[in-house]
Design a protein around this ligand. Structure first.
Ligand code: UD1
Ligand code: CA
Length: 454
């Protein structure tokens, strides 16, 4: 049996007060619709359709990588009308699963339970019991507790409004039956819309049983209609990830102050993460890594026993085992540190490799460089890699010692074990093993006097 998943995503999202279509708003840097897609792809034998409308071109463009069939609903005449747009893609013996593009945290196993409830004799409906059911469609049951229909808030009478079991909107049923019911939907209701929910009563009339299941918790079925709800679900999602990290052996000083916007391609044990750390993109973090407060780590590889001190920013970089980075360090794209490198405060490294055991401890910019092993770069050293038009390379060979406040005007090579005197401006290659300095001789003027105020 084949599953056809219809993700309804044509709604306007007026309450977001945004130029962006609602389903493109993000949780953990991923569009709401993308989250729903990700969960759908975990189902086997499933083909995914997205019903789009408002701002549809933008949705399609931004999520062009999704393996889905895009179906336009030019006018939003209701959830039933939305499903009807997919009619020609549905075969009688398919199982049709309806999801919402703005309900991002639904879990795969909740869907699996729902799907298991579908048969020739039954329709499956995901319901939830809410302390405050206002706004939702109510689940109406008969005296035998069988579901007989759904009544929308705006159409509900006083007794129905007291019902706290509500429709999540998520359901699954057989394709042939669904098409038959959809064809018969009317819009004679408070909102003049074609309600998908009206198929419940039709199903019961046709002798089917409506089997309901509920999610593990309410957050799974919460939709995003405004920015408050978006922020709430962001926190729910982040806490789920924090819990997963702790289950894998990571110590979090405060699970509420961690943000993972992406994934880990590898995550070791006994990693310690202080507060307000943000991970973006795909990161690889090995055993015993310590990450201080307020760090941002993006698309990077951090080897074991690395210590990253507070307020460091690491992006598209590789940090070898045993390195110490920060506080206040910035590793930019293609910074590649070998083992046991020390990068200290206010040091920026870009497109450069730094060899084993080298130290760049204070206030330096190293760009487009190859730094050997055992190199010591003094405070305030700058590789002048850019003439305003082109970039040039600096090579600092093994064992070199660069005195403080040196400018290395690239292209330039500092030889092996060379020493550069502090304050030098180096414009030519410097020989190995020698001291090179470019500095006027120091002079003192005997008898010189300070000017006095006239
Ligand atoms: C719907 C249900 C309600 C349920 C609630 C759960 C109906 C009639 N009502 O109400 O029982 O409690 O969801 O949140 O189904 N959409 C389209 N095209 C349309 C209309 C909607 O694609 O023409 C999409 C929206 O983008 C959204 C979803 O369908 O993802 C639900 O639409 P929404 O307007 O939020 O439905 P509700 O009125 O809240
Ligand atoms: Ca809604």
């Amino acid at each position: 049996m084949k599953i056809k998943t219809l993700i309804l995503a044509a709604g306007q999202g007026t309450r977001m007060r945004s130029k962006l279509p609602k389903v493109l708003h993000k949780i953990a840097d991923r569009a709401l619709l993308h989250h729903v897609y990700d969960t759908s792809t975990q189902l086997e034998n499933n083909e995914i359709f997205v019903i789009y409308g408002h701002g549809g071109e933008l949705v399609k463009n931004q999520l062009a990588q999704l393996n889905v069939t895009w179906i336009e609903q030019a006018q939003q005449l209701g959830t039933g009308h939305a499903v009807k747009q997919a009619e020609k893609h549905i075969n009688d013996d398919d199982i049709v699963l309806v999801l919402y593009g703005d309900v991002p945290l639904l879990k795969k196993d909740t869907i699996a339970t729902l799907l298991a409830n579908v048969s020739d004799q039954s329709l499956a409906l995901l319901t939830v019991t809410l302390a405050n059911p206002t706004g939702y469609g109510r689940i109406v049951r008969d005296q035998q507790h069988r579901i007989i229909k759904i009544v929308e808030q705006k159409d509900a009478n006083e007794a129905e409004q007291l019902i706290t079991e509500v429709n999540t909107g998520i359901l699954a049923t057989q394709g042939g039956k669904l098409k038959n019911w959809i064809a018969r939907l009317g819009n004679n209701n408070a909102q003049k819309e074609y309600y998908l929910t009206d198929i419940i009563e039709m199903a019961v009339h046709d002798g089917l049983t409506v089997i309901s299941n509920q999610p593990h918790n309410e957050d799974e079925v919460l939709g995003v209609n405004n920015r408050q709800q978006l922020a709430h679900l962001e926190r729910v999602f982040q806490l789920e990830q924090a819990n997963r990290l702790m289950e894998l052996g990571v110590t979090l000083r405060d699970p509420a102050r961690l943000d993972v916007r992406g994934q880990f391609s590898q995550l070791g044990q006994d990693i310690e993460i202080d507060v307000n750390v943000i991970f973006e993109g795909t990161n690889q973090i090995a055993n015993n890594v310590k990450i201080g407060a307020n760090c941002l780590i993006k698309n990077s590889v951090i080897a074991e026993n690395v210590e990253i001190l507070p307020n460091s920013i690491i992006e598209d970089a590789t940090v070898g085992a045993g390195c110490r980075v920060g506080p206040f360090a910035r590793l930019r794209p293609q910074a590649e540190l070998a083992e046991n490198v020390h990068i200290g405060n206010f040091v920026e490294i870009k497109k450069s490799s730094v060899g084993v055991g080298s130290k760049i401890n204070h206030l330096s910019y190293i760009g487009d460089s190859i730094v050997g092993s055992g190199v010591n770069i003094g405070a305030g050293t700058i590789t002048c890699n850019y003439d305003g038009v082109n970039k040039f390379q600096t090579v600092i060979e093994d064992g070199a010692f660069i005195g403080s406040d040196t400018q290395l005007i690239a292209p330039v090579t500092v030889g092996k074990n060379a020493t550069i005197g502090a304050g030098s401006t180096i414009t030519k290659d410097t020989p190995a093993e020698q001291l090179t300095l470019s500095r006027p001789k120091q002079i003192s003027l005997p008898g010189w006097q300070r000017p006095v105020k006239k």
